[in-house]
Design a protein around this ligand. Structure first.
Ligand SMILES: [Zn+2]
Length: 418
């Protein structure tokens, strides 16, 4: 690619992106605050805000008193400016949700799947049916939908081909985006579910206010979203953050990725249940699914020595895994989530912190806060819906044209601070 000078148009678009991102992520804000929080001049802020108001993407949201002067008008992104759809391709169901710009959920469609039938074609059909269903439910013209974000497990290649590699699902280079494009002309964005959930926690949940964070997610699988300097850390081809497949025990338990001794094989739901069965003379925990079985073990923590032993070890492994994140990334905050992470963390967060402290270097550990996710375990579709919003923000509020070749992954919005 030939390097070119930034044109005035590029500059204007980038200023719009900075300002709109600030209003969206930290609003409502006054013009005065926007000038202070960005490197833009009062005149630029005033001109761009006038454009946004004119275009309807920003609206007034009351006013605040200022010291001695006139009241300052607050600005926010208009919830009704457009709609976005988020899709969670989970291991047991495909969930499709439609949101307005304030991320209020307006419609939802759920498609349970048998594990065996999670063929890419079936997934594509559920997603396309879901887009039609939620648009109809919410009475939104599909033409007014800004974009669809799809969160999948596994690695989403950030190259032009945009392939999904989900080793644990048997997806090896599935061209999910081009398959979806054959059925809809709404712009499609695909990313790994841990990264999208991480983006949602950074924007609306427990990650707000920090620039260096790791969102650590423990469910059936184990993954992490690493945020460095306000931007998602992705590595060369987007697979960074596969925390679950870092080795916690050399030559240890078999992981479903094929390697031995991965963290996921110890603290992922399946790993916990397998360890419980092994400790319980081959008898499995009761429950109709992984979630209820883990719930049963946790409920038995005080009455069963086996449950207590397995959970104490789980807390230890999890703490050791978190210590690795502390030592590698020196985050300001580690946010523990995922349904199993929340189930364990809401009961044993002090013990998990203590275990992390035993395995981490003292200084970075003392600089790291360890908290729980705020958006809950079912926020994957919401996280996916942040992908088209991020695209809109980074484009400075200019809607993507239909049929445009969008990047495979959502653009990263760098949080600008003064
Ligand atoms: Zn593994």
């Amino acid at each position: 690619m030939v390097a070119r000078r930034a044109t005035v148009r590029d500059m204007r678009r980038s200023n719009r992106a900075v300002l709109l991102s600030k209003i969206y992520l930290d609003g409502p804000l006054s013009r005065h605050e926007l000038t202070q929080l960005t490197a833009l001049s009062p005149a630029s802020v005033s001109t761009l805000v006038a454009e946004f108001l004119d275009e309807g993407i920003v609206e007034e949201a009351g006013s605040v008193e200022s010291d001695g002067g006139r009241p300052r008008v607050l600005l926010q992104v208009a919830p009704t400016f457009g709609h976005v759809i988020g899709v969670d391709v989970g291991e047991t169901r495909v969930t499709v949700e439609l949101f307005d710009m304030s991320m209020a959920a307006l419609a939802k469609a759920d498609y349970p799947i048998e594990r065996a039938s999670l063929a890419p074609q079936t997934t594509v059909k559920h997603i396309l049916d879901g887009i039609a269903a939620v648009s109809a439910q919410a009475g939104v013209d599909p033409g007014d939908i800004l974009g669809v974000g799809v969160a999948v497990s596994g690695v989403v290649d950030s190259g032009d081909d945009g392939l999904v590699h989900a080793q644990t699902l048997g997806w090896d280079g599935v061209p999910l985006r081009s398959m979806l494009r054959a059925g809809t002309d709404i712009p499609i964005h695909i990313d790994n579910g841990a990264k999208t959930l991480g983006q949602a926690e950074m924007w609306f949940g427990a990650g707000r206010g920090v620039q260096h964070a790791v969102i650590a997610l423990v469910g059936s699988g184990v993954g992490a979203a690493v945020v460095a300097g306000g931007a998602s850390y992705r590595g060369s081809r987007s697979s960074a953050g596969e925390w679950g497949h870092t080795t916690i025990a050399y030559g240890g338990r078999q992981c479903r990725c094929g390697a031995k001794g991965c963290l996921e094989a110890y603290v992922g739901a399946e790993g916990i249940l397998d360890r419980f069965r092994d400790a319980n003379s081959g008898r499995v925990a009761e429950g109709i699914d992984e979630e209820s079985a883990i719930g049963a073990i946790i409920a038995a923590a005080e009455s069963s020595r086996t449950a207590e032993k397995v959970l104490t070890e789980t807390v230890g492994y999890l703490g050791a895994g978190i210590a690795t994140l502390v030592n590698l990334f020196n985050p300001e905050r580690i946010v523990l989530g995922g349904w199993a992470g929340l189930a364990l963390g809401s009961r044993w967060l002090p013990e998990i912190r203590a275990a992390a402290g035993e395995h981490a270097l003292r200084r970075p550990f003392s600089q790291t806060e360890i908290t729980l996710c705020q958006l809950g375990p079912d926020a994957v579709a919401l996280g996916a819906a942040t992908l088209p919003v991020a695209k809109l923000l980074s484009d400075g509020g200019v809607r993507a044209a239909r049929g445009d070749l969008d990047p495979v992954r959502g653009p990263r919005v760098r949080l600008i601070t003064a």
